[in-house]
Design a protein around this ligand. Structure first.
Ligand SMILES: Nc1ncnc2c1ncn2[C@@H]1O[C@H](COP(=O)(O)OP(=O)(O)OP(=O)(O)O)[C@@H](O)[C@H]1O
Length: 313
């Protein structure tokens, strides 16, 4: 492991206004070396704006961030040289081949001589792109484009990698492979800050920050965030799903009652006696319950509950 106190990102009270609109407000977050840090939030929450400030491509209008040892507002060029940045749109040159794209990024980061050759070999090998070196980027599938984008973003072996919705639109297998690669990079000491809308990906992060309307609402390890949300979950298989939903939604403390095929998933604020209480409620109304079981609350449950609570407030 790496020194636990080695902060690669140290943002304090970071803010960004666009005119009178505050897109990011008073965001403080610290990311340690080798961590995979996830940033979650609904559309328009301010995730990309926060990331762009941490990358040194957008000036903060308040607060401070030290990233890879440099102040993002005072030394944005130093920060940019030391980080990798991959966005949803991948920033590839469609009419260049795989190898040409990688060589282009190697030049962009000033790699020369033996170091350049070695890094090109390493990323080609790690991304398994070597057999496709001569293929045009435009001809690659979504998953291979994503591999190429990651290869380009890491060509200079940056100690810190920012990923802004890196798996949007790629298939589940490619997403899994991508995350395996992310974990390999982190295990080798690369720090990763990633935004995502996929909650299974959020669960793969070491720590998370929930951003809503520009502010951090909660942050910590996925398990701790889920625990703080205080939700108990039960799943029911019932014959009359619609009637069961209506009945369960009338129970006190219900956060959500959602359909998953023939299964109803109930999330309530409260203790584990939820299962027995809800089943009794259905039984009293004469509804047949074929199966009832307690389930694990997830980051998605915590996220949805948080966003709903804030929208109600
Ligand atoms: N250059 C800009 N000028 C004005 N407003 C902006 C600008 N950039 C972002 N915003 C606004 O700031 C808010 C936050 O946008 P941002 O792109 O950071 O959200 P996000 O959380 O990344 O959303 P998404 O998940 O949809 O990518 C939005 O309301 C957006 O319209």
């Amino acid at each position: 492991m790496f020194p636990a106190d080695e902060l690669v990102v140290d943002a304090r009270h970071l803010s960004r206004r666009f005119g009178s609109f505050v897109a990011v407000r008073d965001v403080s977050l610290q990311v340690r070396r080798g961590e995979i840090f996830g940033v979650l939030g609904p559309n328009g929450a301010g995730k990309s704006t926060a990331l762009r400030m941490l990358c040194g491509v957008l000036d903060p209008t308040g607060g401070q961030a030290i990233v890879v040892g440099h102040d993002v507002a005072r030394q944005p060029e130093r920060v940019k040289a030391k980080i990798g940045y991959m966005t949803q749109s991948f920033s590839l040159y469609a009419d260049l081949t795989v190898a040409e794209n990688i060589r282009f990024y190697a030049s962009l980061y000033g790699l020369e001589g033996a170091t350049r050759r070695r890094r090109i070999d390493v990323v080609m090998h790690q991304s398994e792109l070597a057999p496709r070196a001569g293929q045009l980027a435009a001809e690659l599938s979504g998953g291979w484009k994503q591999r190429l984008a990651l290869a380009c973003a890491t060509i200079h072996a940056p100690p810190l990698l920012f990923l802004d919705e890196p798996t949007a639109g790629v298939d589940p297998l490619s997403r899994r492979e991508f995350w395996e690669r992310i974990h390999e990079l982190a295990a080798a000491g690369t720090t990763i800050v990633v935004t995502t809308h996929y909650m299974d990906e959020a669960e793969r992060c070491h720590r998370l920050a929930f951003i809503f309307r520009g502010e951090v609402f909660d942050s910590g390890r996925p398990g701790d965030i889920v625990e703080r949300a205080g939700l108990a979950i039960a799943e029911f298989e019932v014959d009359d799903v619609e009637q069961a939903t209506a009945l369960l939604q009338s129970l006190p403390g219900v956060e959500e009652c959602a359909h998953y095929g023939h299964v109803l998933r109930l999330a309530v604020h409260g203790g584990p006696d939820v299962l027995a209480g809800a089943r009794d409620h259905l039984a009293r109304a004469g509804l047949a319950v074929r199966d009832a079981r307690q389930a694990r609350a997830t980051v998605e449950d915590a996220f949805v509950a948080m966003v709903r609570r804030e929208r109600r407030a």
